[in-house]
Write a protein that binds this ligand. Structure first.
Ligand SMILES: [Zn+2]
Length: 507
């Protein structure tokens, strides 16, 4: 076994299937299971994650269900959740896949705060209701005005054949009988209804992933079954769905399932347009200094920049820039050093001096400038400022045990972007900078940054430095990858991190 931080990975060569392992909660297989990882000997809690040889899902030996009604929210974690607009743009993208007419009946199981309901109502025009016993739902009911009951999904709350769309995000992995849950969803759907699910992808459980990210996928004690793309497809078909699409981004599985052809909106630009319009309008509906304003506007801005829609980005920025000035006295276009109030001690309330999604806003602003007018070389101070201003934010959130992977990942991207700026300037300093750049917290992205730096050096007619960097990084073959990296990076980590914000609140 190889030791990794606070648990042990099974050595693939030595991990023999155990003959007396429990049956698979996913498919019922009684064949011997192999070990994926487990707790260190003598440490509490004792746990082991096993892999089913038949359906390929992972599951914990201990299948005890937690009591989610007890989930508490601190004032800070509520502010964080609202100002981040946690996962709201992901909900918008997922639901924009579905082409159901206005008035369609939408039900969301385990809807949490209710952003999914808000999207269903305001972006899609559906009749939306949700169910969730958690405290967070009461907050969402009040602030979003959405319809949430503290109930479970069963024949008394949802009559058979009554729903056009049933969604359950990050629910399946918490259940001891995932197959039974999917059959229950199918019961609630109309004949042409569609089920939508998200759940962690067990493909993300591997040693290369940074520990905080890995912990969010494992979530020992709360997660019970971790699906693979194959096991989720199997489970949905077992539950009677005949048309199934399971997508993975390497971290998260998103599934659409029905008993009639799916007919999804495949045009990504069309979905983005729906999301940006929805987020922008929701932001504009919020009053001055409202925490949710920063959640909607931050997401709208990020999505617009990510879609390279300058007009939409400018529309959001015209409002967001002045509101940042008004509430926090922050001018993103000139800020370069840490806010004085954040340097004294991390125990100070940082939410009083900056919105908790500031790193995302600053990064989007730098990318907007990059897309619109400015040469990369001149943007170095903007990218450097992200680390200077937002590193204390990350420390503060960490101290509060709000595992903010979004800020963490953005700090890494900003650091990488600084190195790219130095490469664009053709400076030798790119060599030690790149040597110091660790792999990203999500376990990938560094090599793309190295390759892009080499391209920038070549384009800047510094072939000597380009060769030195390639040697330093042991890259024998260079492949020109084009200038789409920034957008690709932005999209891939956004997707993953938005989901994690929910985990953060449970951790
Ligand atoms: Zn199985």
């Amino acid at each position: 076994m190889a030791e990794s931080l606070d648990f042990l990975w099974a050595d693939p060569a030595a991990a023999l299937p155990s003959p007396d392992s429990p049956s698979c909660p996913n498919c019922g297989s009684s064949h011997p299971k192999s070990l994926i990882c487990r707790s260190l000997p003598g440490r509490d809690p004792v746990w082991a994650l096993l892999r089913c040889p038949d359906c390929t899902a992972g599951f914990y030996e201990d299948q005890t269900v937690s009591d989610y009604a007890d989930e508490g929210m601190t004032a800070e974690s509520t502010t964080y959740f609202l100002q981040q607009g946690a996962a709201v743009s992901i909900f918008a993208d997922i639901l924009a896949h579905i082409q159901k007419a206005p008035g369609a009946a939408y039900v969301e199981i385990g809807c949490g705060f209710g952003f999914g309901l808000d999207v269903a109502h305001h972006a899609m025009g559906w009749s939306a209701r949700g169910m969730d016993p958690a405290d967070l739902s009461a907050v969402g009911r009040r602030l979003l005005g959405v319809d949430i009951t503290p109930a479970y999904f069963d024949p008394t709350t949802v009559p058979s054949g009554s729903c056009d769309v049933v969604m359950a995000t990050e629910v399946l992995e918490h259940l001891p009988d995932p197959g039974g849950f999917l059959r229950e969803i199918r019961r609630g759907l109309k004949p042409d209804g569609i089920a939508v699910l998200t759940t962690p992808d067990i493909a993300a459980v591997r040693p290369a992933i940074a520990k905080p990210v890995l912990s969010a996928t494992l979530t020992v004690g709360l997660h019970l079954v971790l699906q693979s793309a194959a096991s989720l497809d199997f489970l949905l078909r077992q539950a009677g769905f005949t048309h199934v699409l399971v997508q993975s981004d390497g971290w998260k599985l998103t599934a659409f399932a029905a008993t009639t052809p799916l007919a999804l909106r495949e045009d990504k630009a069309a979905r983005q347009a729906i999301a940006i319009r929805y987020l922008t309008e929701r932001a504009e509906s919020r009053s001055q200094d409202d925490d949710l304003y920063f959640g909607f506007a931050g997401r709208a801005y990020f999505e617009a920049v990510s879609a390279q829609d300058q007009a939409a980005a400018e529309r959001v920025w015209k409002d967001l820039g002045p509101r940042l000035q008004h509430r926090y006295q922050i001018d993103i276009d000139t800020i370069t050093s840490p806010l004085p109030q954040t340097t004294e001690t991390v125990s100070r309330d940082i939410s009083a001096v900056m919105p908790l999604n500031l790193a995302a806003i600053m990064l989007a602003r730098a990318y907007q400038r990059l897309q619109a007018v400015e040469a990369r070389a001149g943007l170095l101070p903007r990218f450097a400022a992200i680390n200077a201003v937002c590193a204390p934010l990350w420390s503060w959130l960490n101290a509060l045990q709000i595992g903010d992977m979004q800020t963490r990942q953005i700090l890494w991207v900003a650091q990488a972007e600084v190195a790219l700026c130095v490469a664009a300037q053709g400076r030798r300093a790119v060599l030690p900078m790149m040597a110091k750049l660790a792999e990203s917290p999500t376990g990938s992205g560094r090599e793309a940054i190295v390759r892009r730096s080499i391209e920038l050096l070549i384009h800047g007619e510094k072939p000597y430095l380009a060769t030195k960097l390639a040697r330093q990084e042991s890259l024998p073959h260079m492949r020109v990858t084009g200038d789409t990296l920034v957008t690709a990076l932005l999209r891939s980590f956004l997707r993953e991190l938005f989901y994690r914000s929910r985990q953060a609140l449970r951790g």
